[in-house]
Design a binder for this molecule. Structure first.
Ligand code: TA6
Length: 288
């Protein structure tokens, strides 16, 4: 088990770290946006990153786990907020009995304080890799003198062998908002949700564990203090509109994103909350 640092062109600042965990597991994190860009376990890559993704800090990474904070979607700030386009600080890394943990930090700076969300904050991001799990938890702290509210999400791009053979379970009877069809609240009727077109849905207050299943394998998404799940696939039409996403890639990915976006998280000065997810790869898919 180890953690390797890779430096940027200037040779002094860390650009990304590679975490080598037990049983051949590994993960890669770019300090730009604290974006996890790779998670390998059981010998395969489990996250999707477009082959056209920008990894030079010129725009958010098209793939992996971009972090959405303090605003989900469009709004007063740029789409999905500023956390995914900021340089985070590597605080350190350490091994523990089952794996390796890496800590990163983002604090407000002159730019964020000049933005439409000018509050003082401190985010501590803990990424923990074990043989079959990747845990990503953020501790949000209000270091301002004012209360503040925000929405946040882990915009996870999962790699799948084929979207046609992929299902998402754990969403039955959950209220959702269809951002494409518009209209009011709907209720999911399917045990196993399939994707066969451009989908963009916000499932609200999802009670339990969600699984993404393909063949005999699955990735379990266990949320921690996050209420909602966003499900997205651009399909052909939206893929064609994105310069950092190749037209033929949409069948190999599905975004199943843990967050609190249908309501806001509010923190008083000095208050903190920890939210995140634990992704578990399951080779036997015994839950199906
Ligand atoms: O999370 C789904 C979503 O909000 C979609 O509406 C789509 O815009 C996607 O995120 C990608 O957003 P981006 O700003 O990364 O192009």
């Amino acid at each position: 088990m180890s953690v390797q640092k890779f430096f940027g062109a200037d040779g002094t600042s860390v650009e990304r770290v590679v975490i080598n965990g037990p049983q051949g597991s590994s993960a890669e994190v770019y300090l730009y946006g604290a974006t996890v860009t790779s998670w390998k376990c059981d010998g395969k890559e489990r996250l999707f990153v477009s082959r056209l993704a920008k990894l030079d800090g010129s725009k958010p990474v098209r793939g992996g786990i971009p972090l959405v904070f303090p605003q989900f979607g469009p709004g007063a700030l740029p789409q999905h907020g500023f956390a995914r386009t900021r340089q985070w600080t590597l605080l350190g890394a350490e091994e523990h009995g089952q794996g390796v943990v890496v800590n990163l930090q983002l604090k407000d700076n002159e730019d964020t304080r000049a933005s439409k969300w000018p509050f003082k904050f401190d985010l501590l991001y803990t990424i923990d890799l074990t043989a079959t799990t990747l845990s990503t938890i953020i501790k949000y702290e209000n270091v301002d003198t004012q209360p503040f509210s925000f929405t946040s999400l882990m915009h996870t791009y999962l790699r799948v062998p084929d979207i046609a053979g992929t299902t998402v379970t754990g969403l039955k009877d959950v209220v959702y908002v269809d951002k494409i069809k518009g209209g009011g609240d709907l209720v999911e009727e399917r045990d196993a949700v399939t994707v066969a077109a451009n989908e963009d849905r916000v499932y609200v207050d999802v009670p339990g564990i969600v699984n993404v299943n393909y063949g005999s394998e699955s990735v379990e998404i266990r949320r921690f203090n996050f209420k909602d799940i966003v499900l997205w696939n651009p399909w052909a039409e939206k893929a064609a509109e994105m310069s950092d996403f190749a037209d033929d890639e949409y069948p190999q990915m599905i975004c199943v994103e843990a967050g609190t976006v249908a309501s806001e998280i509010s923190l008083r000065p000095g208050q903190t909350i920890s939210c995140g997810q634990i992704l578990t790869f399951n080779g036997s898919a015994s839950h199906l």
